[in-house]
Write a protein that binds this ligand. Structure first.
Ligand SMILES: C[S@@+](CC[C@H](N)C(=O)[O-])C[C@H]1O[C@@H](n2cnc3c(N)ncnc32)[C@H](O)[C@@H]1O
Length: 196
């Protein structure tokens, strides 16, 4: 009984949380990104997390980060919040900003409240031009040793995206997560840029 209670209170991994909330986030159920997140964040306790593109499935991605990192402030940006479920909308550590993730106006809106993030995730539009725009707009918010993740990159444009993002830039360590063989989806590549 005591053991069961202790297990319930232990912080779950992101993989476990993504599975538990697979009705409101596609991070594990569709893309199998859980173990990449767990591995890349090992030893890190991000205090501020920003995700671009959160609404579609209900905002469960924000809830998983809020549960995994209970001390963190978790901010989501999306053009709409109409599908966000109540548990996410009412969560005290979650903040949703409505706006186009690729516009200077939305950056200013976020900047009025937050100066830096330890983890930034781009899971919004998934087109290369927008992924580059997002990186150029949002990377300055990344704290020292912060991690910037771009989800759902198609193999067809992975090399050029990496090149444009500064594959040879020595201020970032590049992490590559390729889940295409696990789930059979051509765009299940995740790129991490970890600030040195
Ligand atoms: C793949 S879904 C996000 C899934 C979510 N991150 C998760 O893990 O469950 C993509 C989201 O990006 C949003 N989106 C698309 N274009 C956008 C834009 N220009 N600015 C902000 N959000 C955008 C959509 O409304 C949608 O909610």
């Amino acid at each position: 009984m005591l053991y069961e209670l202790q297990m319930t209170n232990m912080t779950k991994t992101l993989t476990e949380l993504f599975i538990e909330h697979s009705d409101i986030t596609d991070k594990e159920q569709r893309h199998r990104y859980g173990n990449l997140y767990d591995r890349w964040l090992t030893g890190h306790q991000p205090m501020r997390i920003l995700e671009l593109g959160v609404t579609w499935h209900g905002g469960g991605c924000l809830l998983c980060f809020a549960k995994r990192f209970p001390e963190a402030r978790v901010v989501g940006v999306d053009i709409t919040d109409d599908k966000i479920v109540e548990e996410v909308r009412n969560h005290p550590n979650i903040d949703i900003v409505i706006g186009n993730a690729y516009s200077v106006g939305t950056v200013s809106k976020v900047e009025q409240k937050y100066k830096t993030f330890d983890l930034i995730i781009d899971d919004a539009c998934h087109a290369q031009t927008e992924q580059l725009t997002a990186f150029h707009l949002w990377q300055r918010f990344l704290s020292p040793s912060g991690l910037y993740i771009i989800e759902d990159i198609d193999r067809g444009h992975f090399e050029s995206l990496s090149y444009h993002l500064g594959y040879h830039n020595d201020s970032f360590q590049i992490l590559l997560g390729d889940k295409r063989q696990t789930n059979g989806l051509p765009d299940s590549i995740m790129l991490g840029l970890k600030r040195y």
